[in-house]
Design a protein around this ligand. Structure first.
Ligand code: NAD
Ligand code: UDP
Length: 318
């Protein structure tokens, strides 16, 4: 099979998922441009790429227009953890909505294919379980999560309108909880929180009773799903769920982390945040059928990788 080198823009390229995606694309031989305002992403996340002539990093806020020539765009720019997206909710909605308009406008001008990093949060606190793509969701439009949920829903709308109205080639991925090395250690997401707490001997903070469920996908699996989706023909637009269908309670996750780190930390209970979904698990039938994709990394293996990464952070902090 012949290789065709592409020029690829990754917005949010210095973040957790973005840095892994840039790495994979550079390894495949493409020319990769990261555009990031470094709100939650860091230069350290991409430091291993900076000396590579196929990689370029620019400081750019996606709420401002961007003029570059590329063949493909992955639109990942947006804070993803509740702490970070609720820090400046107006900016979060702007990033999702105005950012989508700018990236779609760019895709339209240069005729690039564009993939949107959407989210399982578009299903809100779901009444249908597991969630398949035809479920329209149960989002509170007024609550503290709405800046993210509704911003991402509006972005999906924009993607489909640019597709219908302007013929832009779109791919919409609905990502479920993903974890792994380079997650921000203080972003408040459950995997990073529990591991950091376990490694530093702090109490493990279980919100509510811990009976709420999630399904955790290892980052390498997710990136493989992204690339397969981007490589599909024009007839595949999504939305398509990408996540691991192995569902566990948050309490079980805490117990696994304690076991794998050998930590002496105790579990403490804290109030459940408002609008925290009680259950979440992807139906990935569509991804299996259209992409031939499913996660391959078991939770224990992925958690060990993540623990190793956070151990490095704890060590350097002394
Ligand atoms: P992250 O916070 O590590 O990455 C987001 C990146 O976007 C950061 O580098 C940040 O600096 C950048 N950014 C934020 N606002 C920006 C702006 N206005 N202009 C330019 N850059 C900006 O989060 P992540 O986990 O890597 O998430 C990446 C994408 O995937 C996000 O769009 C998120 O909504 C989506 N997603 C992630 C998950 C997950 O579990 N990790 C789940 C669902 C959806
Ligand atoms: N959670 C928890 N303790 C923490 C952080 C999170 O019990 O220290 C819970 C949170 O209430 C939610 C789940 O873990 O039910 C996943 O939270 P996260 O913020 O990682 O992602 P979400 O899926 O809610 O967007």
């Amino acid at each position: 099979m012949s290789f065709s080198r592409k020029r690829i823009l990754v917005s949010g390229g210095a973040g957790f998922l973005g840095s892994h995606l840039c790495t994979r694309l550079v390894e495949q031989g493409h020319d990769v441009l990261s555009a990031d305002n470094y709100f939650t992403g860091t230069k350290e996340n991409i430091s291993h790429l900076l000396s590579n002539p196929r990689f370029e990093a620019m400081r750019q806020d996606v709420t401002f227009p961007l003029f570059v020539e590329v063949d493909e765009i992955y639109n990942l720019a947006c804070p993803a953890s509740p702490i970070h997206y609720q820090f400046d909710p107006v900016q979060t909605t702007k990033t999702s909505v105005v950012g989508a308009i700018n990236m779609l406008g760019l895709a339209k001008r240069v005729k690039a294919k564009i993939l949107q990093a959407s989210t399982s949060e578009v299903y809100g606190d779901p009444e249908v379980h597991p969630q398949s793509e035809d479920y329209r969701g149960n989002v509170n439009p007024l609550g503290p999560r709405a800046c993210y949920d509704e911003g991402k829903r509006a972005a999906e709308t924009l993607f489909f309108d640019y597709h219908r109205q302007h013929g832009v080639k779109i791919k919409v991925a609905r990502i479920f909880n993903t974890y792994g090395p380079r997650m921000h250690p203080e972003d408040g997401r459950v995997v990073s929180n529990f591991i950091m707490q376990a490694l530093t001997g702090q109490p493990i903070t279980l919100y509510g009773t811990g009976s709420q469920t999630r399904a955790f996908c290892y980052v390498d699996d997710l990136i493989e799903g992204f690339i397969r989706l981007m490589d599909t023909g024009d007839d595949v637009t999504g939305p398509i769920n990408l996540g691991n269908p192995h569902e566990i309670s948050v309490r079980e996750l805490a117990e696994r982390v304690i076991e794998l780190t050998g930590s002496k930390s105790e579990i403490v209970f804290e109030p459940l945040p408002q609008d925290d979904p009680t259950q979440r698990c992807p139906d990935i039938t569509l991804a299996r059928n259209r992409l031939g994709w499913e996660p391959t990394v078991p939770l224990e293996k992925g958690l060990r990788e993540a623990i190793r990464y956070f151990e490095g952070i704890v060590r350097t902090r002394g």
